[in-house]
Design a protein around this ligand. Structure first.
Ligand code: NAP
Length: 370
């Protein structure tokens, strides 16, 4: 059995990965070793009633190099500091990573096997050893619209995203909850005696959100009761890096020769888990709504089609309905007034599952069986 080193298993992506692996009984096929950047020597996770004691130091290259496979969900700065050194030391193991750091490298492959299993298999055959999870919204878009990509039907996509706080990591979720608590605390007495006017309540809430004592350490601006229309760094041309990833990563995942144009605006909202996306799509031919629906549903078993009516949309096409599941609902499908090749669609997906942990777990399983 292969020795697999886990780094970053305590964070949002890492803990979802462990839960999925326990559920699928993946630990019975590997010898796991747990590392930490901050808690070496302390107790690790409990897997199938076994406590993994004495966490290994995630900066100890000698220990890391004993692994056949390293899977890291620790983040980009860890990858930046360890990956070049371990490869320079001639370590020939497989490196699986949730961070974006290595995605652009020529010797890495972005993994999302329901979409690009052939690209992954070709890479394995040619000796590639570095496999990186995609950006979360990119994975979720490809899972939702996979059939249209597979049949080369898309000319371009304009997208608006609605991204959850947990996409930024554990500390950001905690801060969002503190912001929500600060808002509730300022009006909880008024709410229970039911005497205040709505404008008095609203004024207290806005004053609280704009107060310098509002919890802002990580987001730097309010998210609860607001939104943030910028995610990741500035590319220098008015585009955020999150927006840039849409086109670059999609085309790298597909290994496509004809570049598909994707652009839009990425927005952080105050949902806890699950990213949502609104698409305007131009196809390269006129297809009926029914035809598009069939292509989407038939592509993979996780897509659920949500008929475009109010009742089903508000019950089935929301973060609250989808959080913690592998389902990829697609709805709001309608032809647009711009012309017969244009249509809209809306999708929601758990960005900690299909957007992060699940493609890594499935890649690990491909490697275990080599
Ligand atoms: P995270 O929750 O911030 O966890 C990363 C590390 O932060 C943990 O391994 C842990 O390291 C440390 N940490 C500090 N405070 C913590 C706390 N209160 N609870 C748990 N861990 C804490 O980051 P993440 O969201 O899992 O993201 C990991 C990587 O995946 C990043 O590169 C990210 O860009 C990428 N990614 C994330 C998502 C997503 O939806 N979140 C999606 C796709 C890709 P120690 O145990 O060593 O202290």
């Amino acid at each position: 059995m292969k020795s697999v080193g886990f780094v970053g298993w305590r964070g949002m992506v890492g803990s979802v990965l462990l839960n999925r692996m326990i559920k699928e009984n993946d630990f019975s096929n590997i010898i796991p070793h747990f590392f930490s950047t901050s808690q070496s020597g302390q107790n690790g996770p409990i897997i199938n009633n076994t406590l993994f004691k004495d966490l290994k130091d995630a900066y100890n290259l000698n220990l890391l190099q004993e692994m056949d496979i390293i899977i890291t969900c620790q983040g980009g700065s860890y990858t930046d500091s360890i990956y070049p050194k371990i490869r320079k030391n001639n370590w020939k193991g497989y490196w699986i990573d949730a961070a974006s750091t290595l995605r652009m490298n020529n010797d890495s492959v972005i993994v999302l096997d329901p979409i690009n299993l052939k690209v992954i298999q070709n890479a394995l055959d040619s000796g590639i050893k570095t496999f990186v999870g995609s950006n979360c919204t990119v994975s979720l878009m490809l899972m939702a619209l996979g059939g249209l990509f597979e049949q080369n039907l898309i000319e371009w996509i304009s997208v608006s995203t609605y991204q959850a706080a947990s996409g930024a990591g554990a500390k950001y979720v905690i801060e969002l909850l503190k912001q929500m608590g600060a808002i509730y605390n300022i009006v909880c007495n008024d709410l229970s005696n039911n005497l205040s006017s709505i404008l008095d309540l609203e004024k207290k809430v806005i004053t609280q959100i704009q107060n310098n004592n509002f919890p802002l350490k990580h987001f730097s601006v309010p998210l609860a009761g607001s939104l943030i229309p910028w995610i990741d760094v500035d590319m220098g041309n008015g585009q955020s890096r999150e927006e840039w990833k849409g086109q670059f990563e999609t085309n790298k995942i597909l290994g496509s020769e004809n570049k598909i144009i994707i652009d839009g605006t990425c927005v952080r909202i105050s949902s806890i888990r699950c990213h949502s996306q609104s698409f305007f799509i131009k196809l390269n031919k006129n297809l009926s709504k029914k035809n598009i629906e069939e292509i989407l549903i038939n592509h993979n078993k996780w897509v659920d089609f949500v008929p475009n009516n109010m009742e089903e949309t508000i019950c089935k096409l929301t973060p609250s309905a989808i959080s913690g599941t592998l389902r990829i609902p697609v709805g709001r499908l309608r032809k647009l007034s711009m012309g017969n090749k244009y249509f809209s669609a809306f999708t929601v997906g758990d960005q900690l599952l299909w957007g992060a942990a699940e493609p890594l777990r499935r890649m690990l399983n491909l490697l275990i069986n080599i």
